[in-house]
Structures are given as structure tokens and as C-alpha cells.
Design a protein around this ligand. Structure first.
Ligand SMILES: [Zn+2]
Ligand SMILES: [Zn+2]
Length: 401
């Protein structure tokens, strides 16, 4: 590609843009526009995350998708289109729920563009990025007022506002309700449900406005010069009915629980661990060499559901999924294999040790996430935490080509 017109821009930083690795989380209406812009400007590496396949109803708002693509994975088609637009850009894809993406993978991005519908993936992403300090730019179209859009820039740090700082109790209940009371996803009748079914009313016009501002905010974190400095905590609101453009500066909410006292630092890379081959027992044996003198405890950054019980016939069923994945209404593992009744999580939690009953399972079969970072301590020293990454998974997760 000939970038001469971009390179003649005074503040353009060719090296940082060419060397950047960014994630686009959600390749729907806004994600399509973000991807298009990232390809045009020649971002070095783009990692695409989306579980969904292309449906006919997507085509009116998705510049990258055509009739012939219906039924294919959104991330696969978007990656193909990026290569057509600009062969300089390398891509990798994750065609699964973002909840399965480990912290080690998330830590390797310079900036993340969040383009999902609905709240839950945002709560999830925010929770993880607060530990990692990776900046992210959230872009969304208002599900009730399709003429409005919103873009917010976050740089996780002790004093900066996060996504959760200004959420209403009503939407927090959906997220925390899962943890605290195991509320069913189906109880959360909300925009999330509408989004899951593809019913968010939206226009391609608003998608391109949101994406343009979102990519501009993201570039600030890559370029970081005086003409385009990062603006963490800045919220932009676009209203196109009676046209208005509003800027708000968010402050940290001192009561927000998502500001960890102990961010993830000094991560030890377990290069020989491959989650498809290493068992829980192998991992505990290995960790014992690095953290001697006690009984090893692993803490995950999410609740993992080991098994669940049928509400109707009380059948006990193995699950091994993160709680947020298990709770999805469209998750086949949420229903009883015998009577099709709904299951309730029975044994679930974030702690794994020698007493966990699934020692001989491979990590992926035991509900671990590929490329994750684990918090490790001992029963004797529960506050002396160390961080270990399942590094053997990273190369295959982030297989840019
Ligand atoms: Zn917060
Ligand atoms: Zn049953």
C-alpha cells in the first residue's frame, strides 16, 4: 500500500501504527466499520473476536459482509476482507465467546476496540483489563434511540474511571446476579437478550460515526504525541436527531469494586504448558517447583462451573465452563441431557488445588482458558500471590498471518 498521504500528516507515527497489535471485540455493525478503518490505515496486526455467523439481517449494516458470506463466521470473513483491502495488515481470529480468551492473550494488545452489543461482555472485559492496564475504547449505538451513539476511552489505572464506575444498579444486577445468586440469563430480560437475537435497532450511518470516533480515540493510545494525546475517561455522545455532540469527562467512582489493589505484574511465563496436553496435576506439580514450601492454590479470575444439577430430575452433569458461558441461554450445556430441564450450577468457584476432583483432566477439559494468567499462592501463605501465564498456548492463539 502507498501510505504517502497518511505519512504526510504531521502527527502520524508510521512505526507505532505498523507495529501495533489491536483487538476488535465484536464484528457486528460497529466492528465492521472499525475493521475497515484499521485496514485502510495499515495497522500492523488485528485480532478479531466474535462467536457469531453472518445472517441475512446483518447485511444492511455490515460493509464487509455480502450475500455469499451468509452462514460463515464473522471473524473469518472480516479477516479475508482485511487482506483484500490491505495485504500489509496481519490478522488472527478467535471465533469463540470472548469469555474463553485468557488474560495472557488480552495483555498483548496495545489497545482494544469493544464493539459488542449488550452489557455482559463489557463487564467481563472491564474486569479483566482493570488487572492488566490495557487501554480500551468502547463504542456503542443506543439500543433504544437508534439516532444516538457513544464512545468512551478507558486507560485502567488506580485513579482512572472504569466501565463499571457509572453503571446503574439495574444493569449491575444482571452481571453480579449471576455470581451472587446464580440468576438465570433468561431472567435478565434486557438489551442483552435483544442483542443476542440480533434485534438491536441500528443504522449503518450511526455505526460508521461511532467507529470513526472510536478508531480516532484508539490511535491516541498508539501515537501518544502532543497533538493526539490519550484521553482516558472521555465520553463522547452523538445525537443525530436534533444534532448534538457532547463531551463528558468521567471520574472514578470511589465505591466501584473493579479497581484491584493488586494488578497483575511480574508474570512468569510457563512456556512448556499447553492447555490441550497439560493436566491439572502436571500444572500443580510444575507450580510446586516455583512456589515451594506449601500446598499450591490456583485462583482463576473467573468462576468456573465444574458441575450442575437438573432442577427437574436432579441429574448431576459435568460442565467445566466459566460461569458467564454456562449461564448463556443458548449454551447447550445449560440443559439436562436426560430430560432437557434447566441446570443450576452446583460446584463452582475460582480456586483449584490438589483436592479438586479433576486432577487428570487436560486444562482445557477442566475449564481453564487458553493463554490465561493464573494467580498462585499456597495455603500457608495465601496473600503472597504470584502470577503464571499458560504461555505455551499463546503462539497458536495469536497466530497472525
Ligand atoms: Zn470503576
Ligand atoms: Zn433432568
Amino acid at each position: 500500500m502507498d501510505y504517502s498521504r497518511l505519512h504526510s500528516i504531521r502527527w502520524w507515527n508510521k512505526e507505532r501504527i505498523e507495529n501495533a497489535a489491536v483487538m476488535v471485540a465484536g464484528v457486528g455493525a460497529v466492528g465492521n466499520e472499525v475493521v475497515k478503518l484499521l485496514a485502510l490505515i495499515g495497522i500492523g496486526r488485528v485480532f478479531l473476536v466474535d462467536l457469531d455467523t453472518i445472517e441475512a439481517s446483518n447485511l444492511t449494516r455490515s460493509v464487509l459482509f455480502t450475500q455469499a458470506d451468509i452462514g460463515r463466521k464473522k471473524v473469518e470473513v472480516a479477516a479475508d476482507k482485511i487482506r483484500q483491502i490491505n495485504p500489509d495488515v496481519k490478522t488472527a481470529v478467535f471465533p469463540e465467546d470472548i469469555i474463553w480468551l485468557g488474560l495472557g492473550a488480552l495483555s498483548r494488545f496495545d489497545v482494544i476496540f469493544c464493539c459488542f452489543d449488550g452489557y455482559l461482555p463489557r463487564f467481563h472485559l472491564n474486569h479483566h483489563l482493570q488487572y492488566l492496564g490495557v487501554p480500551w475504547v468502547d463504542g456503542g449505538m443506543n439500543a433504544r434511540r437508534e439516532l444516538n451513539g457513544q464512545i468512551v476511552s478507558y486507560q485502567p489505572s488506580a485513579g482512572a474511571p472504569c466501565f463499571e464506575c457509572h453503571r446503574s444498579d439495574k444493569v449491575k444486577v444482571e452481571y453480579y446476579g449471576l455470581d451472587a445468586q446464580l440468576h438465570r440469563w433468561s431472567c435478565a430480560k434486557s438489551e442483552q437478550d435483544a442483542a443476542a437475537e440480533g434485534f438491536v435497532p441500528s443504522t449503518p450511518m450511526m455505526a460508521s460515526i461511532v467507529a470513526a470516533l472510536q478508531v480516532t480515540e484508539g490511535l491516541r493510545y498508539l501515537i501518544r504525541n502532543s497533538e493526539l494525546p490519550p484521553r482516558p475517561g472521555t465520553m463522547q455522545i452523538i445525537e443525530t436527531g436534533t444534532p448534538r455532540y457532547l463531551i463528558r469527562t468521567l471520574k472514578k467512582n470511589p465505591t466501584c469494586p473493579q479497581h484491584p489493589a493488586e494488578p497483575i505484574t511480574d508474570v512468569y511465563e510457563l512456556r512448556g504448558v499447553n492447555s490441550d496436553q497439560t493436566t491439572v496435576r502436571d500444572l500443580l506439580d510444575l507450580l510446586e517447583q516455583y512456589v515451594p514450601g506449601g500446598e499450591i492454590q490456583i485462583e482463576l479470575f473467573y468462576d468456573m462451573v465444574a458441575d450442575a444439577e437438573c432442577d427437574a430430575c436432579h441429574e448431576l452433569v459435568e460442565v467445566f465452563q466459566p460461569l458467564l458461558v454456562f449461564a448463556r441461554k443458548d449454551n447447550p450445556k445449560r440443559y439436562c441431557p436426560k430430560c432437557k430441564g434447566e441446570l443450576s450450577a452446583k460446584n463452582y468457584g475460582a480456586a483449584i488445588n490438589r483436592q479438586s476432583p479433576f486432577q487428570d483432566r487436560k486444562l482445557t477439559e477442566a475449564g481453564f482458558r487458553r493463554g490465561d494468567i493464573l494467580k498462585v499462592n499456597t495455603l500457608e501463605n495465601p496473600f503472597d500471590n504470584r502470577f503464571f501465564e499458560l504461555t505455551g498456548d499463546i503462539a497458536s492463539l495469536l497466530a497472525y498471518r
